[in-house]
Design a protein around this ligand. Structure first.
Ligand SMILES: C[S@@+](CC[C@H](N)C(=O)[O-])C[C@H]1O[C@@H](n2cnc3c(N)ncnc32)[C@H](O)[C@@H]1O
Length: 255
């Protein structure tokens, strides 16, 4: 499983984007002080931690099927109700929360219809169910440049930009309507993250996190080095700090 890694490794790979994205998703979902909220597929807890700042730990719950991530999120959001569970089987009663949020998870769910239906089930009528996912297009520079580099060397590389579902606002909107959510609205959320240099970008790919890390882990040392050089060239051979941007597709609806 490509998410059975330590939370700090995830944080250097994707968590640096999650931290920036979390306040944007919270704002888009309309989460305010005093609301009870659940973070579905919380990972090591970037969104959970941001939710705690808005509404208080006793109002926040979170779930993820990865044991190391649940341990990291529990540490990061003390007092929040963090559980080991997949979206498809949320361990809370009906109508328990004012909102359910899910950041960068819907396209990893085993069964997104069931997972989002579960998010709807645990939210009270009139509450909010919201999520965001990467488009994996030009507007997610880190993953796009990785997969473009990989495909240049290996036409069979499993590019998330063509294999993933739910990577457009249209597809997310259809899913939200299919599970019976009302007043469905979509938007794009743009964030940026900084790297101290090329190694700061490359090293986290070698931690085995997510589909890109899992792909890299299967390559020989020579193939890995070729891919490293290809990515370096594609990014303009940076000799110092640089910034990459990423745009997520977001959806919200009323339970
Ligand atoms: C890209 S990470 C996003 C983590 C976190 N939400 C964030 O913003 O950093 C994808 C997460 O989905 C979780 N995941 C995978 N399958 C899942 C499922 N069926 N239900 C809920 N979460 C799942 C993984 O364990 C991982 O934590």
């Amino acid at each position: 499983m490509s998410f059975a890694v330590a939370g700090d490794k995830y944080d250097r790979f994707m968590g640096r984007y999650s931290r920036e994205l979390a306040p944007r998703l919270i704002e888009f979902a309309g989460v305010e002080s005093g609301m009870g909220v659940v973070d579905v597929g919380c990972g090591p807890g970037a969104l959970t931690e941001s939710l705690v700042k808005v509404t208080g730990a006793e109002k926040v719950a979170a779930a993820d099927p990865s044991e190391p991530f649940v341990a990291a999120a529990t540490e990061r959001a003390p007092g929040a109700d963090v559980r080991l569970a997949p979206a498809e089987e949320l361990p809370w009663e009906d109508d328990r929360f004012d909102a359910a949020l899910s950041q960068l998870v819907v396209n990893f769910m085993r069964d997104a219809d069931t997972g989002v239906s579960e998010m709807r089930r645990v939210v009270r009528p009139g509450g909010t169910v919201a999520a965001c996912t990467w488009s994996y297009g030009e507007d997610m520079e880190m993953l796009r440049s990785f997969w473009d580099s990989a495909r240049r060397l290996d036409s069979g590389a499993p590019d998330e930009g063509s294999l993933m579902r739910y990577r457009s606002v249209e597809e997310l909107g259809e899913l939200w309507q299919r599970v019976g959510l009302a007043e469905v609205e979509t938007d794009h959320l743009r964030v940026e993250t900084s790297y101290t240099g090329f190694d700061d970008l490359w090293e986290p790919f070698t931690f085995g996190v997510g589909p890109a890390g899992a792909y890299l882990a299967k390559l020989s040392p020579e193939q890995r080095e070729q891919l490293r050089m290809e990515l370096f060239k594609r990014l303009g051979e940076p000799s110092g700090p640089f910034t990459l941007s990423a745009t997520a597709c977001a959806v919200r609806g009323s339970a």
